[in-house]
Design a protein around this ligand. Structure first.
Ligand code: PRX
Length: 635
């Protein structure tokens, strides 16, 4: 029996049990029946969470683009693979068929080869949501180069840090990008970032906004003329199952962003299998995930997962508010979208607008609604369910992470009964565990704890680029023999999971992961700032917003506080990007610290959230008196 598409709850439980009882047998069957391999594996799985080392399908050889493109050509050559919807609704949508994707990926791959990119080289991609973005990922994969996509909202400094961390030889970018009414000078940001990146030899520039830009002689090349003369055939490089497919950076609670390394075969198998089941994808469906390909959601569920299933996947260049707040729903109606996958922050923003923006469109094509990136609150869930799904499209609240590569805890639509705010059940093969403060697993129902995963799954990140020790310390040291997610969760009476949020110093703002340390480092660069601490506080639309407590240097105390606030946000924008700007900045003479000198963020978090009756014991602090001052001046 094929377990590829699960259709009933009993079937889910049965397949789940099998997948846990005999993981190797289970994954071998999925891999064997649904993908194309150049050589079969010698061993399905070997693992050791102590080292940590995990290998799936070791010895197998493949190319992921053969699975995402070539093998569909015979039966689906003229089917739309990528449906591109531009920022401006007056510009025509583009239907890129599998045949055309094949040619465009090969041409792009040949251009990469002509510029000395070889298997294992790192290529940084800094592009807006235009077809070249998806195509460049696949072109890298075609020749075995490792792509490192940097979200095109990140600043020049953030870009150069990421380029240097993984020694990228090439950057692929565009002259600029459109975002609603605005256009952004992407190439200018790249030029600034590259001042600190001596290792970059070539910059390929796609033309999107036709702006005047500087082209650096010998380094910068327009992409289109190179593509025009490149061959439409490019033999795929044959890749080992465990060879890296890509690096994608994510914030940690401390230090520099972590370059999560994803391997090829396991990632392919898991993203494809989850895509099929979590979205109940069927042959003629038109699937749309609104994420940017600069995040893991876009990698796994705009590019690789859908294409591995021969699906039609939509890429949207614009924003939900342009030309008005009905844009998402206009696109759903126009392209008869069947699966729609977005983030709670977008739902909350749209729910604030007039209902007419959504009710005037025919959304009857929708069959599945998805949510990802942060907990979805009950109000947003109901708005989504009532006004978008009209109560007939199940909502899949999918919990996962950059590190997990694919969806881990989720309902399956038309299979798992849903409850608002619950991510519900582990996906096939996923073995969650809740842990207590002593490091013991909490068994049973109606319990809460820290969420770990106790058995490997195929798409887990294999390491942090250039820093395996950090990978071990971050994910495998808190609890013995378990992957620690950094999230808290509860398990209810029927075994459903509800994610309660981060238990570390990562704050999720509008679905974006932000570490406190890099933001504090940026603030401390301000000449008038002595020290700072960032916490999250609840925000109607963003889920969380950032609250900064700042101690000024003596010399800075005569400055106009509002000017300093503006300058601080400017510095954050330059170092990280506008997504990390602070909503509130409070100046203070001190920060609550433990006797060992650690900032007690728990107290700051409560004050920022207006929860001052539950501060807990403050008497053990080094400087308890500062708490009163902070409460008195809180914003
Ligand atoms: O805290 C969890 C939250 O987002 C974190 C992972 O962020 P990132 O690596 O950027 O990946 C986001 C897209 C997969 C998690 O540790 N998170 C993600 N999805 C959910 C969620 N929290 C609650 N419910 C979710 N559905």
């Amino acid at each position: 029996m094929s377990n590829y598409h699960i259709k009933h709850l009993e079937e889910y439980y049965k397949v789940y049990r099998n997948s846990v009882r005999e993981p190797e047998v289970f994954w071998e069957e999925i891999a064997e029946e649904h993908f194309s391999w150049r050589k079969r594996w010698d061993k399905v799985l070997s693992w050791d969470f102590k080292k940590p080392e995990v290998k799936w399908f070791e010895g197998a050889k493949l190319n992921i683009t053969e699975n995402c493109i070539d093998r569909h050509l015979r039966t689906k050559g003229n089917k739309t693979a990528i449906l591109f919807e531009p920022n401006n609704p007056d510009e025509e949508a583009q239907h890129i068929t599998y045949n055309s994707l094949y040619e465009r990926v090969n041409q792009f791959a040949n251009v990469l080869k002509d510029h000395a990119i070889k298997k294992g080289d790192r290529v940084c991609i800094y592009l807006p949501m235009i077809p070249e973005l998806a195509i460049s990922l696949l072109a890298c994969a075609r020749i075995g180069a490792i792509h490192s996509v940097v979200f095109a909202g990140f600043s020049a400094t953030a870009l150069s840090t990421r380029i240097n961390d993984s020694d990228c030889k090439m950057v692929i970018t565009s002259d600029g990008s459109y975002r609603g009414k605005k256009s952004i000078d992407l190439k200018g940001i790249v030029d600034e970032g590259l001042e600190d990146c001596p290792g970059v030899e070539t910059v390929l520039v796609a033309k999107r906004i036709n702006s005047e830009i500087d082209m650096k002689e010998g380094r910068d090349k327009w992409l289109q003329p190179l593509l025009n003369t490149a061959s439409k055939e490019c033999e795929p490089e044959i890749i080992d199952a465990e060879d890296p497919l890509f690096i994608l950076y994510t914030s940690g609670s401390t230090g520099q962003p972590k370059g999560m390394v994803h391997s090829t075969a396991g990632y392919m198998v898991y993203t494809a299998y989850t895509f099929k089941n979590v979205f109940n994808y069927r042959t003629n469906d038109v699937y749309w995930c609104t994420a940017d390909i600069g995040w893991i959601t876009g990698h796994s569920y705009i590019v690789y997962g859908p294409l591995a299933n021969g699906a039609t996947t939509v890429m949207f260049e614009g924003v939900p508010s342009y030309p008005d707040f009905g844009r998402f729903w206009e696109i759903v109606a126009k392209h008869k979208i069947t699966q729609f996958y977005t983030a709670p922050t977008a739902i909350r923003a749209l729910a604030k607008e007039k209902l007419d923006f959504v009710s005037k469109y025919d959304l009857s094509s929708l069959k599945v609604l998805g949510s990802v990136g942060e907990p979805i609150n009950e109000e947003a869930w109901h708005w989504y369910n009532d006004n978008v799904g009209h109560g007939k499209s199940p909502i899949v609240d999918t919990w996962w992470q950059t590190e997990t590569g694919g969806i881990m805890i989720t309902p399956l639509p038309y299979v798992t009964p849903t409850i608002p705010t619950y991510a519900t059940l582990p996906f096939i093969g996923i073995q969650p565990a809740l842990m207590d403060e002593n490091g013991d697993e909490i068994i049973g129902k109606q319990v809460d704890g820290r969420l770990c995963i106790k058995f490997p799954w195929p798409s887990m990140a294999r390491t942090i680029w250039g820093n395996h020790q950090r990978y071990k310390e971050t994910y495998f040291s808190a609890y013995e023999n378990k992957y620690f997610t950094g999230d808290g969760a509860l398990r209810d009476a029927v075994g459903y999971y509800r994610i309660t949020g981060r238990v570390d110093d990562v704050i999720i703002v509008s679905g974006h992961n932000l570490g406190t340390a890099p933001i504090e480092d940026a603030i401390n660069e301000h000449p008038a700032v002595a020290e700072s601490a960032i916490v999250g506080f609840p925000h109607d639309i963003k889920g969380n917003a950032l609250y900064g407590y700042v101690i000024m240097k003596e010399a800075g105390e005569s400055r106009d506080p509002d000017n300093v606030r503006k300058e601080i946000n400017q510095i954050i924008t330059e170092h990280i990007g506008p997504i990390a700007k602070l909503d509130k900045i409070q100046f203070t003479s001190g920060l609550p610290k433990t006797r060992s000198g650690k900032i007690m963020r728990r107290i700051l978090r409560k004050i920022a959230s207006n929860d001052i009756l539950n501060l807990g014991d403050t008497s053990t602090l080094l400087n308890p008196e500062v708490v009163e001052e902070i409460i008195d001046n809180s914003l």
